[in-house]
Design a protein around this ligand. Structure first.
Ligand SMILES: *Cc1c(COP(=O)(O)O)cnc(C)c1O
Length: 376
């Protein structure tokens, strides 16, 4: 008979004859991913879901057409190697297709990366607060999260992050703009980190919100990628390209690392429609429209940030399509206050509340509700 295991939260004691499935004890320690709630319907006012950093714009027409056309082939498996898309992305970034990895969102690429480089009890250094998927992906693999607190201005504490690297560290994640707080890193800062981290440690640069950064402040990711073989650059079609529902993201990675990710990735993960949509999104006229849309959202971000500053708010500088309100113990009250006034926002415990810059009317509402909060 198999040995008895001590009961845990995941594996409570069970009477004979009842369900007694044994789950991994590591799951006890995993935080659950909290998705933004869907917007409830209301008769009296329009409710805006500004909780998930999604694009307020629907698919661009030619992308929609490409998806509909691809549907015709839905009886066949998609190209497991994502060849066409990888070629197009390689051309876009001036790298080779062997240096492009595609998966079902940047989250999935990050998960593949963790599976490729993190053994049980290996350490992963990342800032905190940051993207909530990181501790889940690391913990699920049995790795150890080294969460390095952000500075007072809600930025990465890069010195502390570098100092946290030990001989068990196999991965460091940088997130710029940092979700949920908003500040960016510069090319020089990232280069400095790469210069100080051992070359066997992979440094993942999560640029999910890159397109929302003012162009002159964007990182020279391709330049750094050529300079440092241990740099992996994460990008997604979910945010600026507005394809969050189709699930497709990618990374620039050294061919050896890219191969490793391919070994552990879910076969045929990136589906036919997602590949078609991503490919169509890279067409020059679609890119131009996307650029216009993100430029508009940037100007809306400026308008909202300026309005909030006028109301007396002191908030972290944001280069993402979102604003972070570090409200401490008032987070729940503020979240409820927003919900009552038709804004579904994202609360991060007692750290803060994140609100997405969305369609103009939603942004008007943000200003209105935040103003009312200050006046209450
Ligand atoms: C939204 C987001 C992603 C993108 O996730 P997808 O899986 O591509 O939808 C990645 N990193 C961060 C920090 C994000 O906020």
């Amino acid at each position: 008979m198999a040995p008895e295991h001590a009961p845990t939260e995941q594996n409570p004691p069970s009477p004979p004859g009842e369900e007694a499935i044994r789950l991994r004890p590591a799951l006890d320690a995993l935080p659950a991913y909290v998705a933004g709630r869907p917007a409830p319907q209301r008769e009296d006012l329009t409710v805006y879901k500004v909780s998930s950093n999604e694009s307020p714009f629907g698919p661009i027409d030619s992308v929609r057409q490409a998806v509909i056309a691809a549907l015709e082939g839905a009886n066949r498996y998609p190209d497991m190697m994502n060849q066409q898309l990888r070629q197009a992305l390689a051309a876009e970034h001036g790298v080779t297709p062997e240096e492009i990895v595609v998966s079902t969102g940047a989250v999935a690429v990050t998960g593949d990366l963790v599976r490729a480089v993190v053994d049980p009890s290996d350490e992963v250094v990342f800032p905190w607060r940051s993207f909530e998927a990181y501790p889940i992906l690391v913990g699920a693999q049995g790795g150890v999260s080294r969460q390095i607190p952000l500075t007072e201005t809600f930025e990465h504490d890069l010195d502390a992050m570098v100092a946290a690297v030990t001989d068990r560290t196999t991965l460091m994640i940088l997130c710029t703009p940092n979700n949920p707080t908003g500040p960016i890193l510069t090319t020089e800062q990232v280069r400095s980190v790469l210069g100080r981290v051992p070359s066997h440690v992979v440094v993942a640069l999560d640029e999910a919100y890159r397109e929302f950064v003012e162009p002159e402040l964007r990182i020279d990711a391709e330049g750094l990628f050529r300079e440092f073989p241990n740099l992996l650059v994460l990008r997604t079609f979910s945010k600026a390209h507005g394809l969050a529902g189709l699930r497709v993201g990618y990374a620039l990675a050294h061919p050896r690392l890219a191969d490793a990710l391919l070994k552990v990735t879910l076969p045929f993960g990136t589906n036919l429609l997602a590949q078609a949509a991503a490919l169509a999104s890279l067409e020059p006229e679609v890119m131009a429209l996307m650029t216009e849309r993100t430029a508009h959202l940037r100007s809306e971000r400026s308008r909202v940030m300026a309005g909030l500053a006028e109301q007396g708010w002191e908030l972290p500088a944001s280069q993402g399509n979102f604003v972070f309100f570090p409200l401490g113990e008032q987070c729940q009250e503020f979240t409820d206050f927003c919900a009552d006034r038709g804004l579904v926002v994202r609360r991060y415990g007692d750290d803060g509340v994140r609100i997405t810059i969305a369609e103009d009317e939603a942004n008007d509402r943000i200003l209105e509700v935040c103003g009312a909060w200050r006046q209450r």
